[in-house]
Write a protein that binds this ligand. Structure first.
Ligand code: SAM
Length: 286
């Protein structure tokens, strides 16, 4: 099998297939030999598992996943990569590459079809331009996976893994927390990619869990609260939500009083449990 982190091999492939990296598709391929094995190992690529990969590039991570898991199904949008992958992944018979846009794929159907009877996980070095939409799409698809292990920009990783109730958290943090728990696994320097991006990266893992889902009585109201609240995060919740959700300040004050928190609270000061409680009381008033 070709060593896909060897610069000379990559240059040969680039020349042979006349391949040019597409910036708009977020094509920064991993060339640091220690990173893909680590993602595969921490990302549950092991016996009994089917792994969904998003974005193959030249197949560097795909190969590390396929060495360890029972099956890898990879969705890659760029059809120019298909002939390259025919060559680079030719040693494997447990990889299925699907040429499609991940945002247009019915992920639940795909996973059920591809990995019947297997345990399931997602691993990817995500294209940076759609990090949050892909993560939310995966979570909203309510797929039955043990873990979602993805490389994203370091700043995005910090935000995704922040504790809700701190300044580092945002709407995406609370949204991800609704579906599970996010953990920072390790950081990856920009020099680990070709071409090198302008920012460093980090690998995070989201493990789906029901804890917060079970606390929230109305998902739509909970998401409305976090979306509206964080869009004006520096304002007090009373000010932002009264105009954005059309709830009177008096009603909002009553909720804060009932929860035993100050009327001047800002959304970034509430824990995930308090956000759940707030949206539950709000529901009873609507
Ligand atoms: N996994 C490879 C690696 O680590 O070297 C490539 C990672 S690169 C950051 C992102 C990959 O995602 C590229 O191959 C790109 O073509 C692909 N991609 C971009 N947008 C996509 C989309 N909407 N659906 C599926 N794949 C996409």
């Amino acid at each position: 099998m070709k060593n896909l982190t060897n610069i000379n091999i990559i240059k040969e492939l680039l020349e042979k297939y006349g391949f040019k990296f597409s910036k708009s598709l977020g094509q920064n391929f991993l060339i640091n030999p220690s990173v893909c094995p680590k993602i595969a190992e921490l990302g549950k690529a092991e016996e009994g598992y089917g792994i969904l990969e998003i974005g193959t590039g030249f197949g560097t991570l795909t190969a590390e996943l396929a060495k360890r898991a029972d099956k890898v199904t990879a969705v890659e949008i760029d059809s120019r990569l298909l002939p390259v992958l025919e060559e680079t992944l030719s040693d494997f018979n447990n990889i299925n590459v699907i040429n499609d846009d991940i945002m247009k794929v019915n992920i639940k159907e795909l996973i059920d079809r591809e990995f019947s009877g297997m345990k399931k996980a997602v691993c990817a070095n995500l294209p940076y331009y759609i990090t949050s939409p892909v993560i939310m799409y995966l979570l909203e698809s309510e797929i039955d996976v043990d873990a979602i292990t993805v490389m994203v920009q370091k700043e995005a990783a910090q935000r995704l893994c922040a504790e809700v109730g701190t300044r580092e958290a945002g709407a995406i943090t609370a949204a991800v927390r609704y579906y599970g728990e996010a953990e920072m696994l390790f950081q990856v320097s920009r020099g680990s990619f070709m071409p090198a991006p302008n920012v460093d990266s980090a690998v995070i893992q989201i493990r789906p869990a029901d804890t917060i889902k079970q606390l929230v009585e109305d998902k739509d109201i909970f998401f409305k609260v976090i979306k509206s609240g964080f869009s004006q995060r520096r304002k007090t919740m009373a000010n932002s939500l009264s105009s954005l959700l059309g709830v009177s300040k008096e009603n909002l004050y009553n909720i804060f009083d009932e929860m035993g928190i100050t009327r001047t609270v800002r959304i970034e000061q509430l824990s995930i449990e308090q956000l759940a409680e707030f949206s539950n009381i709000l529901k009873s008033l609507m």
